[in-house]
Design a protein around this ligand. Structure first.
Ligand SMILES: C[S@@+](CC[C@H](N)C(=O)[O-])C[C@H]1O[C@@H](n2cnc3c(N)ncnc32)[C@H](O)[C@@H]1O
Length: 297
């Protein structure tokens, strides 16, 4: 009798998900268990809801192997956004890879704070986003402020390539430009803006050990750390905003936990032309977004 040929045992989606959730819940950092569904959905080309609704679906050996490889990378700390290649920000999907910081939900406060001030802006507002990374802030504001012109800068050419790709995909690039430079040094002297915004690096070098390996081992260091206890770039931003803003223009920055006192005195020293307008707290109740205004004439 010919020998029966048997392939690898069939696996079901819900079994794979159970196994993955067990492994994720034992990880030394805190992945959400939903990530298992996102990763398997990516392999199978399915959204979360249909995947969960069809848990009995049979997964091929190749699909299961691809899923387990992704899961192992996640268990070593690689953020799920890099594994999926995207992260949602302000209702839009941004492509991300290891050249850029993963957009954080906290940064949506900065967008909201600026949009609340839209009635103070001219018909064609000019915006300058410094350290644009994935372009999440710059592209979002370009799309939300329909007639705006947005200049986005970054030290990292790789980050600018990601940001420009996002602008193209999301339909904002006609009103945007991307400049590789230290802060805004490469812009023309007389180029002025109605809004200067930035989510700059603001982690103190000494705080590196307090961060998860998901951040320290995977996100670009130049997106994270700054000197002077983390406030060095924020102070440079305030000084340049005092030069680059039109009278009545706004500076909006994201800041780190515990930096508000140093920034209050530091900004007064380097940019006395700027008046504090608002300090907005994040979902954890910490001061996170600061808004200052160049005195109107
Ligand atoms: C915290 S990330 C923010 C990225 C993005 N704006 C966001 O909110 O997700 C800071 C960005 O600033 C860039 N950067 C760091 N130092 C810079 C400098 N001196 N001039 C311009 N960009 C800088 C980094 O490459 C990084 O992309």
């Amino acid at each position: 009798m010919p020998e029966e040929v048997t392939g690898p045992p069939e696996e079901r989606a819900d079994q794979l998900l159970r196994e993955a959730r067990r492994e994720l819940s034992a990880a030394p950092f805190t992945p959400s268990l939903r990530e298992a569904t996102l990763l398997l959905g990516r392999v199978l080309g399915l959204d979360e809801a249909p995947l969960l609704a069809r848990g009995e679906r049979v997964v091929t050996a190749g699909e299961a192997a691809r899923f387990r490889r992704l899961l192992q990378r996640r268990l070593r700390g690689e953020p799920v956004a890099y594994l999926l290649g995207e992260r949602e920000f302000y209702g839009r999907s941004f492509r991300v890879d290891r050249r850029v910081l993963i957009p954080r939900p906290e940064s949506e406060h900065l967008v909201e704070a600026l949009l609340e001030r839209r009635s103070t802006l001219p018909e064609r507002p000019r915006l300058l986003d410094i350290g644009t990374g994935s372009g999440c802030l710059a592209v979002t504001l370009a799309l939300e402020l329909a007639n705006s012109r947005v200049v986005a800068t970054d030290l990292s050419p790789g980050a600018l390539a990601v940001a420009a790709g996002n602008a193209r995909r999301l339909g904002a690039c006609a009103r945007m430009s991307f400049v590789a430079t230290d802060l805004e040094a490469a812009l023309g002297e007389g180029e002025l803006f109605d809004i200067v915004l930035s989510n700059p690096p603001y982690v103190a070098e000494g705080d590196r050990d307090r961060l998860s390996i998901e951040i320290t081992d995977f996100e670009p260091p130049q997106a994270l750390y700054a000197e002077q206890g983390g406030v060095a770039i924020l102070l440079r931003l305030a000084a340049l905003a005092a030069r680059r803003l039109v009278p009545g223009g706004w500076l909006a920055c994201e800041i780190g936990d515990g930096q508000i006192a140093a920034l209050t005195s530091g900004f007064a020293r380097v940019a006395p032309e700027l008046e504090w307008a608002e300090v907005r707290k994040d979902y954890a109740g910490k001061p996170r977004t600061v808004i200052l205004r160049r005195q109107p004439r």
